[in-house]
Design a protein around this ligand. Structure first.
Ligand SMILES: Cc1ncc(COP(=O)(O)O)c(C=O)c1O
Length: 364
């Protein structure tokens, strides 16, 4: 069994993907071009955003978003204490200061009730991560941001396709980002990402920043990156986008089955009212994680720990540490979370096999 079976996915769409790749290679249009434009239109339509700007990774998408907002050295940005590194590292990369806030023990996303106490005169924005596929309470986050004049970026790297009260992830804040890393709900065959916005001015700026700050070829209005998406990746994503909703249904069915089979045995993920997760990960909480991992591995069932260290405890952020600060929930989650096999073509037989092996290990 694989944790995220990308081979199975390739086998399912092989003819379409091969044709898409062949078509890009034979056109010799490897940078920009029709495929990029069509993908951007398709992604924007899918989410309901006015603009989708595809780029080189989810990390660069966050960087572009904060560059567009004009983040300056010393500016503070509120970030969750429990997420992938990039959710906070790009703030530091721009010489800003990530200010960590603990997360909710039930859905693992930023604890909205703890944000306000961290806002200072230097706070410029909030990065709210839709972790494992589920959105945090964006109504409350956006309200708070408005009160203090802050921007909010949804880091939707794991939540493309999720919804929050009927509205798609990546349209819940003025600027949102996602990742198309291969194992993400919608993944390409390398690195890729996108920024979403319905603000024309920001979209224009982000497009310039993505390509050396160019207004037109060789005329540079500002300092930018080379953060374009490869055209080959766009062609592959266009094929996968066609099948994406079907894969989301499979993920949802698998998640429901996991919950039904396991909720008497371990803490299973809770989905908030009004939310539909894209189930990038199905993550349980178990006390004796190492024993369970070893038992499952002995039956060829792979698992993963997302994430073993809270962000404030990362060595790279040690200069930010405040000795008296405790991120209790993030610490607890780091010690106990375990992600189970989950992908867009997982079968119910596989889910039952994993659940049975977990129960056997816990009964042991
Ligand atoms: C929450 C989150 N943010 C940002 C990223 C960065 O995306 P990428 O790997 O495409 O740079 C990831 C990817 O793992 C992620 O999970």
């Amino acid at each position: 069994m694989q944790f995220c079976d990308l081979n199975r996915q390739y086998e399912a769409y092989r003819d379409e993907i091969d044709e898409a790749v062949r078509s890009v290679i034979s056109s010799s249009s490897f940078i920009n071009g029709k495929e990029i434009e069509l993908l951007e239109t398709g992604l924007a339509q899918y989410c309901g955003a006015k603009h989708a700007i595809v780029c080189s990774s989810g990390t660069d998408a966050l960087l572009l978003a904060m560059m567009a907002y004009g983040l300056q050295p010393g500016d503070e940005v509120i970030c969750p204490a429990f997420s992938f590194f990039a959710s906070a590292s790009m703030v530091s990369f721009l010489n800003g200061i990530p200010v960590f806030v603990d997360v909710s023990p039930t859905n693992f996303t930023i604890d909205v009730d703890k944000i306000e106490e961290k806002i200072t005169l230097r706070t410029k924005g909030i990065i709210a991560v839709s972790l494992f596929g589920q959105c945090p309470d964006f109504e409350a986050i956006n309200e708070l941001a408005e009160k203090y004049g802050l921007w909010v970026i949804e880091d939707g790297a794991q939540s493309f396709g999720a919804t929050y009260f009927g509205q798609k992830s990546c349209t819940l804040t003025e600027v949102s980002t996602t990742s198309f890393f291969p194992a993400k709900p919608l993944g390409c065959y390398g690195d890729g990402g996108a920024v979403f916005t319905s603000n024309d001015e920001l979209a224009h700026l982000i497009k310039q920043l993505r390509s050396h700050g160019q207004a037109q070829r060789y005329y540079h209005q500002r300092i930018g990156l080379n953060a374009r998406m490869d055209t080959l990746q766009a062609a592959i994503l266009r094929v996968k986008l066609k099948h994406f909703d079907q894969e989301l249904i499979i993920r949802q069915t698998a998640a429901e089955a996991y919950t039904k089979l396991l909720s008497d045995w371990v803490m299973t993920p809770l989905v908030n009212d009004g939310c539909i997760s894209s189930w990038a990960q199905y993550t349980i909480i178990v006390k004796d994680r190492e024993k369970l991992r070893v038992d499952l591995a002995s039956k060829n069932i792979p698992t993963a720990v997302h994430y073993p260290i809270p962000l404030p405890a990362q060595e790279a952020f040690s200069h930010l540490a405040h000795p008296d600060e405790v991120f209790k929930v993030a610490g607890l989650l780091s010690d106990t979370v375990l992600s189970l096999p989950m992908h867009g073509l997982i079968t119910l037989v596989e889910v039952e096999t994993v659940a049975k092996a977990i129960i056997e290990s816990l009964e042991d």
